[in-house]
Design a protein around this ligand. Structure first.
Ligand code: FE
Ligand code: FE
Length: 187
């Protein structure tokens, strides 16, 4: 962050960072959808791609509400998270294990966004920019919902991933031993 003389400057700076982050995601999500094997996960990524385009549009509304041009400033954190997503995409191993890795990468993205939208919503609310606060609050809710859906999906995907490890001593996908039930713990 170069300079920010006020909380409004800081808000605009953070919106530029998010504008970059969401644009990076618009490019990354189709690749994650393509790499996912579980149909619900694939669907989830495609649905979130559509939502993400809406997040870009909401940021544009927020800029315009503040009388600013929509501009992005490279979000380095998202660049790193997308790189880790690419590692998940390229993971060499059983499909369900790759899916579990994709979910882990996607939830890291959602948590970053949840933190960032919580921050800009609070800044906007503090300086009395209620319209911006409301817009960012809507996106925040969608990111949190997505994170919850991923947690639910991880429940079955992790079971599948673990089942494949134990393929030699039982049916794949069926887990009944104690170490398997431990792996049910949620993120
Ligand atoms: Fe988003
Ligand atoms: Fe998101």
């Amino acid at each position: 962050m170069a300079s920010a003389a006020s909380l409004k400057d800081l808000l605009i700076d953070e919106l530029k960072d998010l504008y970059s982050a969401e644009q990076q995601l618009v490019k990354a999500l189709p690749k994650m959808a393509k790499a996912a094997s579980n149909p619900k996960l694939k669907n989830g990524f495609n649905e979130h791609l559509e939502q993400t385009k809406g997040h870009v549009a909401r940021l544009e509304e927020a800029f315009s509400s503040l009388g600013e041009k929509a501009r992005s400033k490279t979000c380095k954190a998202m660049r790193g998270l997308v790189e880790e997503g690419a590692e998940a995409i390229d993971l060499d191993g059983p499909e369900a294990v790759r899916d579990a890795c994709l979910i882990g990468a996607a939830q890291r993205v959602e948590h970053y966004e949840i933190a960032a939208y919580g921050t800009v919503r609070a800044f906007a609310s503090t300086i009395g920019e209620q319209e911006v606060a409301d817009l960012m609050g809507e996106t925040l809710r969608e990111e949190a919902e997505t994170d919850k859906k991923l947690t639910t999906l991880a429940g079955s995907v992790n079971q599948d991933a673990n089942g494949r490890n134990g393929e030699t001593d039982g049916e794949p996908g069926k887990v009944s031993n104690s170490s398997a039930s431990k792996s049910r713990s949620r993120r």
